[in-house]
Design a protein around this ligand. Structure first.
Ligand SMILES: *Cc1c(COP(=O)(O)O)cnc(C)c1O
Length: 432
């Protein structure tokens, strides 16, 4: 399997090189040259596949021998060391809980998978790799935890000062070892821009081997396909049309779901639910893609003004706007609507949603209003405890820290504050 750059001006590469490079030399995202054969028989007989086996069937065609099957199976087993339960919330509405991993956010799977692939590819090499990543909150923690102690890899995380939750900040800044955190005076978009600039800076790339761990990296993006299949596997009644609502920021997760559908997973509609950062809902309404500056919301992991993976969705649908509209719906919700949904669902069912999951829930409800016969699943992308400052006042109830969180809260934050590209460059060239 070859991956090409969506900017069309870089050589094709195999999986290994796509993972190590992260982004193509022409700044384009890598995309598989062909969509692998449909796995119709696998999905038809899904009950006979263990989750790990299912994951293997889905991702192996993309890796196409660049990681031998036995090693890939080990990587998958090591990645998927927790559960993805599907919880019924209301009639025909389910929550797919993706937050049972080490950092309690769905990015754990992509982070762990990528770290293990990179470490596999790097084991023949002596030079170190530096993973440079911008985070709006959860990516950093998942990447840091996924890479902690992985030999030959340094991780540098940029996060927007004051714009991540206390739990998130602790998860980013307390690990030590090969993980370094940079607190950026700016927004997530600024962090992402700094990262992009570093990747294009020859003075840096001549000195150190940089790679990205944002959802643009194929090794972070593709394993997210598994969630949608795991949800389907857990459904008892598969007779109705299935719709997924994904709370979306950079649109990697939903794009992976769409890729799972391309592989034959029977999904009838995807719903991209966003907060006030409504570039994609605007696009779906008008057919014009206009990036905006991101605005801060209570679902801060989705505060993205120019979602990097949306171009992959357009590629899957060959940039055919009508085809995109047939398969994808997109709605935006305010913080007030999100809080109201959290409260209503808690009062009526006892189920506690985090602000991201609540945006997903709202998108699903909206879609089901006009499509009542479907089974709806929203992705619960973070444990409510990661957004305590938002959740507790809304539902008026204390939430206890799970052990994964408790263990970081008492540790001391270690981060360097930066406010310019020059400071980032300086740091990277000195990092040891
Ligand atoms: C990253 C994140 C999202 C958005 O996922 P994308 O793949 O970037 O669209 C949603 N919720 C949470 C909790 C996240 O951390």
């Amino acid at each position: 399997m070859q991956f090409f750059s969506l900017h069309g001006k870089a050589p094709k590469v195999g999986f290994k090189e796509a993972v190590i490079k992260g982004i193509a030399p022409d700044k384009g995202l890598y995309f598989p040259e062909i969509i692998p054969a449909r796995l119709n028989e696998v999905f038809k007989n899904i009950d006979q596949y263990a989750p790990n086996e299912l994951a293997f069937e889905m991702i192996n065609p993309f890796i196409d021998g660049e990681i031998p099957e036995a090693d890939l199976k080990n990587i998958i087993e090591d990645t998927l060391c927790f559960d993805f339960p599907l919880e019924k919330v209301e009639e025909n509405i389910f929550s797919l809980e993706l937050f049972h991993g080490p950092t309690m956010a769905f990015k754990d799977v992509g982070g762990r998978f990528m770290a293990r692939c990179l470490s596999y590819f790097n084991k023949e090499q002596s030079n170190e790799v530096t993973v440079l990543v911008a985070t709006s909150g959860d990516t950093g923690g998942a990447v840091a935890s996924g890479f902690l102690g992985v030999k030959g890899v340094n991780v540098v995380i940029l996060y927007p000062s004051g714009k991540v939750s206390e739990v998130q900040e602790k998860q980013l800044t307390t690990l030590g070892q090969n993980i370094k955190a940079l607190e950026v005076d700016g927004t997530f978009d600024d962090c992402q821009a700094l990262v992009k600039e570093a990747f294009l800076d020859k003075e840096i790339t001549d000195e150190i081997q940089l790679t990205s761990a944002n959802s643009i990296n194929v090794a972070r993006w593709l394993p997210q396909m598994f969630y949608f299949a795991f949800a389907y596997k857990q459904l008892k009644d598969r007779s109705k049309p299935l719709v997924f609502s994904t709370p979306s920021g950079n649109f990697g997760n939903i794009c992976a779901g769409i890729m799972a559908q391309q592989l034959g997973l029977p999904v009838s509609q995807f719903i991209a639910s966003t907060n006030a950062n409504r570039v994609v809902p605007n696009f779906m309404a008008k057919g014009e893609y206009i990036p905006l500056r991101s605005v801060a919301t209570i679902s801060n992991a989705m505060d993205v003004g120019d979602p990097s993976n949306f171009i992959r969705i357009r590629e899957i649908y060959k940039n055919d706007f009508e085809l995109i509209k047939e398969n994808l719906s997109s709605y935006s919700f305010t913080d007030d609507e999100t809080r109201a949904a959290m409260l209503k669902v808690y009062q009526e069912t006892g189920y506690i949603m985090d602000p991201h999951g609540a945006v997903g829930y709202l998108g699903l409800k909206k879609y089901l209003e006009s499509n009542p016969g479907a089974t709806g699943i929203f992705l619960e992308t973070a444990h409510p405890v990661k957004f305590l400052d938002v959740v507790e006042p809304v539902i008026n109830k204390k939430i206890a820290y799970p052990p994964q969180i408790k263990s970081v809260m008492d540790k001391k934050k270690e981060a360097r504050f930066i406010s310019s590209y020059a400071e980032l460059k300086d740091f990277l060239l000195k990092v040891d």
